[in-house]
Design a protein around this ligand. Structure first.
Ligand code: G
Ligand code: G
Ligand code: NA
Length: 249
């Protein structure tokens, strides 16, 4: 397939870009974190979104090299973000379950690089999905624990759409739960969505986990989630994903 062929040369041809979406603290209204989101600037098709090429990168294991690029670029960007927003600024990086399968050549070297970069491990948050915790091999889970031991934080992405096993959340000592935007979308109209969000927030807080609501688009959603005690929010209400320069401006 042509796209797979193109993907093989994309790294070397420097066609990947990182975009950043702010994550806002609902108590202070301040931007305290960002999520790094990869884009592929394809020479013919223009900007290709991750939902189109990440699955291909996973199948071909090109995700390992892309992940390495992402981490280096993320660290470089995080230093600039901390200069602009303060040294407690955190960057979230998405990590696919496939990267955990190849961790010796992929993820584990990240930990050494981090200390070389002069960055605090705790200012990096890796976003994983429930699938990793449910189906994974011993190797994947031991890599996750290595990350935790090094001080890197862990966020569970798209919470509520998968199996959402509470046992796993406790077992792996997650720092953040991200409520999937599907639940946020129907707030404030849907009682069911409100009950779900509120229950997730209460449960997470009892377990010592902070909550990030995804896909906040309206002031009404922000108000309802703030009243529920939600800690952080991300969504078009604040900003769509933008380049590093736009973000800092
Ligand atoms: O950025 P949107 O821009 O379309 O991102 C869609 C999804 O793609 C996100 O929910 C995220 O899970 C995934 N994604 C974005 N960037 C990355 C990345 O750098 N690595 C991996 N593995 N997934 C990513
Ligand atoms: O699930 P993940 O965090 O990895 O999702 C990031 C994706 O969500 C990106 O594709 C981003 O463009 C999209 N996104 C971010 N904020 C909003 C929003 O407020 N509304 C909608 N519909 N999509 C959003
Ligand atoms: Na994510």
């Amino acid at each position: 397939m042509q796209l797979i062929h193109d993907l093989h040369i994309a790294l070397e041809a420097q066609q990947f870009l990182l975009y950043f979406q702010p994550i806002v603290c609902l108590k202070t209204g301040k931007i305290q974190k960002a999520e790094a989101l990869i884009r592929w600037n394809h020479p013919l098709h223009g900007v290709v979104l991750p939902c189109e090429f990440i699955p291909l990168a996973e199948e071909t294991r090109l995700i390992t090299g892309i992940g390495e690029w992402l981490f280096n670029e993320g660290c470089r960007s995080l230093k600039k973000l901390q200069q602009a927003f303060g040294s407690d600024f955190e960057l979230s990086i998405n990590v696919s379950p496939v990267q955990f399968l190849d961790s010796k050549s992929g993820l584990l070297p990240w930990l050494e690089k981090l200390t070389g970069q002069g960055l605090n491990a705790s200012s990096i948050v890796i976003e994983i999905t429930e699938g990793l915790l449910m189906t994974s091999s011993e190797e994947s889970l031991s890599t996750l624990l290595h990350f935790r031991d090094a001080g890197i934080q862990v966020a569970l992405d798209d919470f509520g759409t998968g199996y959402s096993s509470l046992a796993y959340i406790q077992q792996y000592d997650i720092d953040y739960l991200k409520i999937d935007r599907e639940f946020v979308r129907q707030i404030p109209e849907s009682t069911d969505s409100r009950v779900l969000c509120e229950s997730i927030i209460v449960m997470a807080h009892r377990l010592g986990i902070k909550v990030i609501a995804e896909g906040i688009e309206t002031k009404a959603q922000e108000r309802v989630l703030t009243e529920m005690g939600c800690d952080y929010a991300q969504g078009y209400l604040y900003s769509k994903p933008v380049t590093l320069n736009e973000f800092i401006k």
